[in-house]
Design a protein around this ligand. Sequence first.
Ligand SMILES: Cc1cc2nc3c(=O)[nH]c(=O)nc-3n(C[C@H](O)[C@H](O)[C@H](O)COP(=O)(O)OP(=O)(O)OC[C@H]3O[C@@H](n4cnc5c(N)ncnc54)[C@H](O)[C@@H]3O)c2cc1C
Length: 623
Amino acid sequence: MRYPGDYAVIVVGAGHAGLEAALACARLGLPTLLLTMNLDTIGKMSCNPAIGGPGKSQLVRELDALGGEMARAADATFLQLKMLNLSKGPAVHSLRAQSDRAEYARYMKRLVETTPALDVKQAEVTDLIMDGPAFQGVKTKMGFEYYAKSLVLTTGTFLRGEIFIGLESMPAGRAGEFPAGALTASLHTLGIRTGRLKTGTTPRLDRRSIDFSRIQTEPGLEERHFFSFETTGSLRPQQPCYIVRTNAATHKIILANLDRSPLYQGLINAVGPRYCPSIEDKVVRFADKESHQLFLEPEGADTTEMYTQGFSSSLPYDVQLAALRTIPGLEKVEIMRPAYAIAYDFIYPEQLDRSLKIKALTGVYTAGQLNGTSGYEEAAVQGFVAGVNAARFVQGQEPFVLTREESYIGTLIDDLITKEIREPYRMLTSRSEYRLFLRQDNAEDRLLARGRELGLISAARRERYQQSRDRIDREKTRLQEFKITPQPQVVEILAGLGEKLTAPASGYALLRRQKINLAGLRRLGYTPAEELTPPEAEKLEIEIKYESFLAEVTLQIQQARAAENCKLPPELDYTALSGLRKEAREKLQKTRPETIGQAARLAGVNPADIAVLLVWLHARSGR
Ligand SMILES: Cc1cc2nc3c(=O)[nH]c(=O)nc-3n(C[C@H](O)[C@H](O)[C@H](O)COP(=O)(O)OP(=O)(O)OC[C@H]3O[C@@H](n4cnc5c(N)ncnc54)[C@H](O)[C@@H]3O)c2cc1C
């Protein structure tokens, strides 16, 4: 049966990818339909209710600068905020929020239900309706057909999902939820190749059964930092997190029960995330380690459930309980939900182009866990890019593409489409060659103009950004004009900071030194003309301290841009190009990179192959 009325875009899935995709399309004014299997699980955080952390806070801030929602939702619903890695360089400073799981999901549900041009309906999509390679609509399990011009698929861990607790397994998209059984077959009929991945989650503990007097408390952040550049006001009241450690007795129980682990019995035929190993993996792989740190984190203000970060497992329930009860403070702990592992289908992301469109099809975009990634933030940013591009396709506009040089989002997508992803991909700061430039503090400098071009950033926001930027730049000028001479009092204060001054210097020059910050300069008599917010002060210090490094990175970026601007024709037949090595020819023919830069990043393509491509391009252009 055909639904009366067509949409411009259909988004399948209301997880973190689907929400950003649907909101972007609707905010761009297109009639959008969000279809999801259960309206009660919109915006649900499947694993730890936490947003941000290394590599991920950068993604969230970038999404905010482009006009996405996740940052605002995280600011509105956190239980605790922390700034991680402050003892390291600014490239890895990362904001992390422990979120209230239920409040976050309510925020997102309320938002999609009140966004104009966006319809939200409960249904399981089982088939794509195509005209050859061109998308027409989707069919649901109830036999309903919805038609639209483009589609964004964001099915998360649901495609033929199967969960494992000990030697028990059952079909499920997440614990307690149906899997999506049919859609994979529909993708296969269209020639889309899929693989199998797995991930796991940890037990949720009852806080009433924990002896907090015996465990270490972790308080939240005191300074005002938020994910969204738009959030103002004071911090919400925060809840503490806690730290406990496993010990020899915990490890003994785990090792004695490996024969009841589906992982170790080879029951899960899928690849798991390397950077998020289960507790049984950690105990086996790092056998010389006497103990592993676990964080106990609140799941919400209205629940007694506590998340056990670091104890992801697929061991049976009784083993999980016995192992946890060996930990001081957890002797009487009760598990409210056991840990479990889940295996699911994903599509090999090298089948996508930079706009997240499936290359072989027209009007079909994919995002999130379905593309082989793991994590809410990775899902959300892809959802945004896929949603924007599904909308631009309908509007007949050029695809919106972000590059490695300007963003972690571009880095993530480039990695997905050029590296053969065969294990869950998670963002890490080490994945970027430009990480000193791609910081969380300067995401607006890098991307606000792109968000404005898209039409998702208001003039008022752009104005607010410009005022902040001007304040920082004015302060830089004042710092250059502020001169400090080596008088005895100054020398004494500087000695206290571990620094020396033998000749007059500007405040700007002193701020370049590692041990001197704005607070130190104030002690030397400097007062800013205008009070900077903590994020503005942070940005000012970083820009001055790392000026020469940043200049070097900028040069590298200019060189990389030249390679990115060098486009390869989509119809190029690599099998007919002489001079390419066999491996490179096959890889290029299969992957069809869009630029010389992308071709150079393909595994199996070396500089000699790139030289052949450049010679061919030059000959073709007659130069
Ligand atoms: C057990 C478990 C453990 C995890 N552990 C970690 C971890 O340790 N670290 C980490 O970073 N990430 C972890 N994740 C991953 C994290 O939850 C996901 O990366 C993130 O939620 C992906 O977002 P998404 O939008 O792609 O998909 P999801 O959040 O999974 O949302 C998928 C949505 O699609 C809908 N849907 C699916 N199929 C259909 C269909 N056919 N028709 C209609 N609707 C459909 C579902 O109802 C759901 O709303 C874990 C996930 C699970 C389930």
